[in-house]
Design a binder for this molecule. Sequence first.
Ligand code: PLP
Length: 495
Amino acid sequence: MEYVSSRDKNLRVSAAQAIAAGIAPDGGLFCPTTFPRLTAEDFQKLMTLDYKGRAAWILGQFLTDFTAEELNSFAQKAYADEKFGGADTAPVKSLADGVHMLELWHGPTCAFKDMALQMLPHLLTASLRKTGETRTCCILVATSGDTGKAALEGFANVPGTKIMVYYPVDGVSPMQKLQMVTQTGDNVEVVAIKGNFDDAQSAVKRIFTDADSAKRLDEAGLMFSSANSINWGRLAPQIAYYVSAYCDLVQAGKIAQGDRVNICVPTGNFGNILAAYIAAQMGVPFGKLVCASNQNNVLTDFFRSGGTYDKNRPFYTTNSPSMDILISSNLERLLFYISGQNDVLVKEKMEELAKTGVYTIPESLREQLTAHFAAGCCDDAKTAETIRTVFDQQHYLLDTHTAVAYRVYEEYRAATGDNAPVIIASTASPFKFCKPVAAALGHPIQTDGTEQLDALAELTGETVPAPLAALAGKSVRFDRVVDKNEILSTLDLLM
Ligand SMILES: *Cc1c(COP(=O)(O)O)cnc(C)c1O
């Protein structure tokens, strides 16, 4: 399968080349030129496999320069039972009214990012081998909280790699911060940026396309790559859990093969919901893809306006920090596909976005947006109300991000009368966001540090996930804070 830059179809590479590079040299995102189609036999076969087998098989459809043996061995390691608390890597829990929660947070850092970032180091190191790359690969990561820790956990002590994580100093939860600054490993660096997530992400993108930095690194025997969802190796493993969840619902007798199921995803960078879109393009019978945002509702406005993206607006720091984003990178890939792979259009719109902060898609593409997507948003107050109601009525504890999705879906259903079953992506353990979750239940927690975990456990009767409990007593290794304009100087830490 071939990959091209979303901004230039003449830039053609293999999957291994796309993963090794992270981002295309022209600033575009690598996209497969075709989507594999799942047949009835494929579904039959997938039903018989466990999560590891399904993930390897689906990756194999996209990563055609990898062997089945390679991918199976990667999946066994990435989704090992010890790392995901058992063989049920991404369990589906059914609530009332045909609402099915796809729990993606049973991995080592308790957020859905593990589903991709446990796999990415295997894909990336193999891609470097396949492309004959001998330099040490430096992974730069901008994080709104969960990606940073998941990437550190995935890449710590992986030979041939170094990893540097930038997080917004006031933009992550105390638990997220604690997870990152206590990270062990000889090849890891963590830096706080004075700025928000978009500042961190823009700075990292700038480093990637800065010729001087690339030259300096090259001279030191180093190269850059990305573990953000701009990297195809991040996105591809996410497609697998949507296919797998559909299979699980069929197997459990909750739906019949072929039944239409809606999807609702708490969205930031548009990576997770794009994976659902791709699964739908592969023939999984997904209906509406509902894009849920918090108060940073740039995507809600994009879909509701029929395609005007306008990032010129206030940035809010919310209780769902991993969605505090105004520039959703992966929307670029969606634009590429709904425009029939029109690279010229994508390049033009992305240049407009960089220059003015606004673009509008052509009228002719609007129908594609509304055919596949719906969107809504939810502020912190409604998020809290939702956590409380769902816990009281169904004894199911939502984290703040998943609560945004739950609420947006309820409103979507009420407004449209669409009563199809839905898979809601549950993206983090509530224990990563103890304070807002406890406050939502009417019992604010005063303590900081890991005591919060025990307080929330006591309040809800839920068990603290082992990886978070293990943070107690770990020492802080990283306390560097830099101005967003000084980010280039932090590259010295890699040399
Ligand atoms: C990253 C993240 C999101 C947003 O996912 P995108 O792929 O960036 O849209 C939502 N919830 C949680 C908990 C996250 O960590």
